[in-house]
Design a protein around this ligand. Structure first.
Ligand code: FES
Length: 251
């Protein structure tokens, strides 16, 4: 039975490159799950929590997202929590890997283990998030695709690096060997290559050792419209009900 809840907008403010929007709601979504919010458009918008509180949650969305146009106190009808979120269990060493634009749904996991390493990839240095945005206990590894800051990306590349730069891939392999769980938020088409990197780092990764949040449109959220079907190694799956967090090695 899908819950219909009325959320109340607590506040919305810019946190470049995103906007942070907070809602009070009786049953907030767990990390990796989502709410389908009626924000006045033709379709409901999927909202993934960037922070989860006992009585609400925050999202981080691009500027001009319809949620940023709401005023404090506005009531928003939401369906959810929906989908399968991250399955962490009792881990002490957690690795998070994200493209910067897709990072917010991983943020609630920053305090989910005693030791957390976060790998963030951007195109260029100007897009790197300020390190003080993250808890001081988070080990941060920054990656740029043009080599202007941090390690040189992309994450999957084995190409030789220019003399003054270091490829990120060897460090990613070390981190995958160190971690007890790894969670990814990248473009879907990168997941097969990232799965191959996980297999290269670990001989027999356990089911759900590496988990990936897939990116797709999810208009109904309940497996009815068929729009969110994604290909996996085990046939097509509904992202809305069987995901959107999948075992990376199944993608
Ligand atoms: S969103 Fe409609 S089937 Fe998944």
């Amino acid at each position: 039975m899908v819950k219909s809840q009325n959320a109340v907008l607590r506040q919305a403010y810019p946190t470049p490159p995103y906007w942070t929007v907070s809602f009070d709601v009786p049953h907030p979504p767990a990390p990796g799950m989502f709410m389908l919010a009626d924000l006045g458009g033709p379709l409901r918008e999927a909202l993934f929590p960037a922070a989860v509180m006992a009585d609400g949650f925050s999202v981080m969305v691009p500027p001009r997202h319809p949620a940023t146009q709401l005023l404090p106190g506005a009531t928003v009808n939401m369906l959810g929590p929906l989908g399968q979120g991250f399955r962490l269990g009792d881990v002490t060493r957690l690795l998070l890997v994200a493209e910067v634009a897709l990072l917010p749904p991983l943020l609630p996991l920053l305090d989910a283990a005693a030791a957390v390493t976060l790998v963030v990839e951007t195109s260029t240095r100007a897009q790197l998030p300020p390190p003080d945005r993250f808890p001081p206990t988070t080990e941060l590894l920054l990656v740029t695709r043009d080599g202007s800051g941090g390690y040189l990306g992309p994450l999957e590349s084995q190409a030789p690096a220019p003399a003054n730069l270091q490829r990120v891939l060897p460090h990613l392999l070390e981190l995958l060997a160190w971690a007890e769980r790894a969670c990814f938020a990248c473009a879907n088409e990168r997941y097969p290559a990232l799965a191959a990197i996980v297999r290269a780092a670990r001989l027999h990764p356990a089911p759900d050792f590496a988990q990936a949040l897939v990116q797709t449109v999810m208009p109904c959220g309940v497996g009815a419209c068929e729009i969110c079907r994604i290909p996996t190694r085990f046939g097509e799956k509904h992202a809305c009900t069987e995901g959107p967090v999948f075992d990376l090695l199944s993608l």
